[in-house]
Design a protein around this ligand. Structure first.
Ligand code: DAH
Length: 339
């Protein structure tokens, strides 16, 4: 029996195991119930009692070595198989869900891009503002209805601190801090105390534009806006300026573009007029320049402001404003490669 054990021991020590099949062969031969080691243990009863101690020890060594070899190799074979699977370059990869830009960001970036080609740079200001920057410096009369509690969210108990109702407040901050020439666009979120519906929301986004220099004229404004409309909505787009009123511009206008759905023919979207309104604009009122520390005898300027939701709706026909803030990925995913 001793000879058999020694023989098996050397066989086990020199065994080569390279894969799962060989590992299983090893297990069956030595470690299974009908394997060599079990047979030896069964035969142990017949060993003469004076040899039992020595043979028992040898048998234990044999069993331990066989088990150790088995577990060492099962680990190794397992690792190698995983490595082999991972490095199979012909396997298809796991697909990764890539996020998409929000439609408002897509359109905002496009607007910034168009104006940056004309030399405009981006400025931003705070969403929590004071009365001076949102109203007073912009020439709003003391009793103007826009200051009313119905439109404006006031913060704290002081009527002086509020959520900006338009991005025109950023104009004031820039004019107070920079000397002309000033050529900037100011994207940002604004807030109004409105009931939320498909057509109105208590917050939305605007892009404001401001250009101040020597001899800036209404013709410059018109040409800039025509360029913008054609870049944004296509080379065939026409524009139309209608006289309007804003406290901070004089003269003031609202701009329509030829309906981009029917090409100006008239449809339900443009209420059969062929035109849709997209922004407000005008020449910066000399009072505003003076309040912000700019000499109105030396400089003139134009300004304009548009709603990003409005432009986005015109581009993508989103029917319900609430979609923009509901974070439904089924809605958001549609715009990934739009522009
Ligand atoms: N601030 C205006 C609004 O929120 C939009 C606007 C109109 C901005 C005329 C301008 C402008 O800069 O010149 O309705």
């Amino acid at each position: 029996m001793k000879d058999k054990i020694t023989y098996l021991l050397s066989e086990i020590r020199s065994a080569q195991i390279a894969n799962k099949a060989q590992l299983e062969e090893f297990r069956l031969k030595y470690l299974s119930k009908k394997g060599e080691i079990s047979i030896l243990f069964d035969g142990f009863k017949q060993v003469l009692s004076d040899q039992k101690k020595e043979v028992g020890q040898l048998l234990n060594v044999l069993k331990t070595e066989a088990q150790e070899k088995f577990s060492a190799f099962s680990q190794k074979v397992e690792n190698e198989e995983t490595v082999n699977v991972k490095s199979d370059l012909t396997m298809p990869g796991d697909s990764i869900e890539v996020g998409s830009r929000h439609p408002l960001s897509i359109v905002k970036n496009e607007i910034i891009d168009i104006f940056s080609r004309l030399g405009f740079t981006v400025s931003e200001g705070p969403e929590i503002e004071d009365d001076w920057h949102v109203f007073t410096a912009l020439n709003f009369p003391e009793e103007h209805p826009a200051r009313d509690m119905q439109d404006t969210f006031f913060i704290e108990k002081s009527p002086d601190i509020l959520l900006r109702t338009h991005t025109s407040s950023v104009q004031v901050r820039v004019m107070e801090n920079q000397k002309p020439p000033i050529r900037i666009i100011m994207p940002g979120r604004v807030f109004r105390n409105e009931a939320i519906s498909a057509r109105a929301h208590c917050f939305f986004h605007q892009v404001e534009g401001l250009y101040i220099d020597h001899h800036v004229s209404f013709a410059d404004l018109k040409q800039t806006l025509l360029y913008f409309a054609r870049e944004m909505f296509g080379a065939e787009t026409k524009i139309r300026l209608r006289p309007s009123y804003f406290p901070f511009t004089e003269p003031s206008a609202e701009m329509d573009i030829s309906c981009n759905l029917c090409g100006g023919e008239g449809c339900a979207f443009c209420k059969h007029t062929g035109w849709v309104e997209i922004l407000g604009c005008g020449m910066v009122d000399p009072n505003v320049l003076e309040k912000c520390g700019i000499n109105s005898k030396e400089y003139t300027g134009y300004a304009f402001g548009m709603g990003i939701e409005r432009i986005t709706n015109l581009k993508f026909q989103v029917k319900d404003l609430r979609m923009f803030s509901e974070n439904d990925v089924r809605f958001l995913k549609q715009f990934s490669n739009s522009i």
